[in-house]
Design a binder for this molecule. Structure first.
Ligand code: HEC
Length: 153
């Protein structure tokens, strides 16, 4: 009886999982995260990169293509992530999602683009965020930013 019950339960769980649309509306996310993400999604879905270094304008194209496969590009465009550490961690998280089709080389280019973009377009938020960090961590993040921006001078 008990085994049957477990089997039935497993079937129900699998049926529900299969019925879910393959969208980025993730039921496993808590309400606060869900609300935060929805706000990002509603914002602009493009970045004016006309003043960015040429190479980073190319990487913007890669970012636009790879990071709009499961949700609108507006999600990362309006994200409150600004630190290299946040982008590094999140790009990895997205990369390991099934079907992401993001290679290690892609991830590095997208990382450079997002770190550079945060240092320009989100400079105010980035500076404010850096101020909240303990000195050692702040120095580490500032060095990581410099490492990227100095490549594209
Ligand atoms: C395979 C599908 C997929 C791809 C490709 C993808 N994402 Fe996502 N993304 C998701 C899902 C699902 C979520 C919901 C939150 C989670 O699972 O982390 C999400 C959430 C996000 C968030 C919001 C996180 C938060 O909590 O504030 C950001 C920012 C983001 N993605 C950036 C990116 C970037 C940058 C790329 C390209 C490197 C990318 N995504 C590519 C599926 C994807």
């Amino acid at each position: 009886m008990r085994v049957h019950y477990r089997f039935a339960l497993a079937c129900v769980v699998m049926a529900v999982a299969a019925a879910l649309p393959a969208s980025a509306a993730d039921a496993s996310l808590d309400a606060a995260t869900q609300a935060r993400i929805e706000k990002f999604d509603k914002g602009p879905a493009t970045i004016n990169v006309s003043s960015y270094p040429d190479k980073l304008q190319d990487y913007y194209q890669l970012f636009s293509q790879k990071c709009s496969q499961c949700h609108r590009l507006s999600r990362p465009v309006n994200s409150d992530y600004v630190l290299p550490e946040q982008w590094g961690r999140y790009i990895k998280r997205m990369m390991y999602k099934p079907g992401s089709n993001i290679s290690g080389a892609d991830a590095k280019k997208i990382y450079d683009f997002l770190v550079y973009d945060s240092s320009v377009r989100k400079k105010k938020a980035l500076d404010a965020k850096l101020q909240t960090l303990p000195p050692e961590e702040r120095t580490k993040q500032q060095q990581a930013i410099k490492e990227v921006t100095s490549k594209y001078k």
